[in-house]
Design a binder for this molecule. Structure first.
Ligand code: HEC
Length: 153
C-alpha cells in the first residue's frame, strides 16, 4: 500500500474516534490522608486492632489498658492516646523513652518501637486503643501512618 494512502487512513481513524473516548475522565482523587474512613471500615479496623492489641500491647499495658503502676502507663484517656495523631503514631514507630507523667504517676521504662508492624496494623491497633478503654477519638488511617513513617526515615 502506498504510504500516502496509509497516512490518509490513519488520519481518518484519528478524526472519527470521538475525543471523549480518548480522554478518560475520572473524578478528582482526594489526598489519601484527607479521606475520611467510613463507619464500616472503622468498625473493621477496631476489630483487627483488638487482636493485635492482645498479641502485642497487652503484655505491658494489660488487657484492660490500665497498665502496671510505675512501669507501664495506662492507655485510658491519656494525652498521648487522645491527643495529636502524629505524636501517637510516632510512639509506635520510634518507641518512647521520656518521663511520662499520668495522673501523678511517673513512668520511665522505655517502650520498644513497633516499627515492624505494617501501616495498616499500626492504624488498626491505634484506632482500637482510641475507641476502647473509655476512649473516644477519631480513627487513624494507614495513609496517616505512611505519611508519618516517611518523615522519620
Ligand atoms: C515492652 C512493653 C511495652 C509494649 C509491648 C508496648 N508498650 Fe506502650 N509503653 C510502654 C512503656 C514502658 C511506656 C512509657 C514510656 C516512657 O516512659 O517513655 C509506653 C508508652 C505508651 C504510650 C504513651 C503513654 C500513654 O500511656 O498514653 C502509648 C500510647 C503506648 N505505649 C501504646 C502502646 C501500644 C498501642 C502498644 C502495642 C502496639 C504498646 N504500647 C506496646 C511499654 C510497652
Amino acid at each position: 500500500m502506498n504510504k500516502w494512502i496509509l497516512t490518509g487512513i490513519t488520519a481518518i481513524i484519528a478524526i472519527s474516534v470521538p475525543a471523549t473516548a480518548q480522554v478518560k475522565k475520572t473524578a478528582p482523587v482526594k489526598n489519601a490522608a484527607q479521606q475520611k474512613p467510613t463507619a464500616v471500615s472503622v468498625t473493621a479496623s477496631i476489630a483487627r486492632g483488638k487482636i493485635l492489641y492482645k498479641e502485642i500491647c497487652a503484655t505491658c499495658h494489660q488487657a484492660d489498658g490500665t497498665g502496671v503502676p510505675r512501669m507501664n502507663p495506662p492507655l485510658i484517656k491519656t494525652k498521648y492516646v487522645l491527643g495529636d495523631k502524629t505524636k501517637l503514631i510516632k510512639v509506635l514507630l520510634l518507641g518512647l523513652n521520656e518521663d511520662v507523667e499520668i495522673e501523678g504517676e511517673y513512668y520511665s521504662n522505655p517502650m520498644p518501637a513497633q516499627a515492624a508492624l505494617k501501616d495498616e496494623e499500626i492504624a488498626d491497633v491505634l484506632t482500637f486503643v482510641r475507641n476502647n478503654f473509655g476512649n473516644k477519638a477519631a480513627a487513624i488511617t494507614p495513609a496517616q501512618v505512611k505519611m508519618v513513617r516517611a518523615t522519620i526515615k
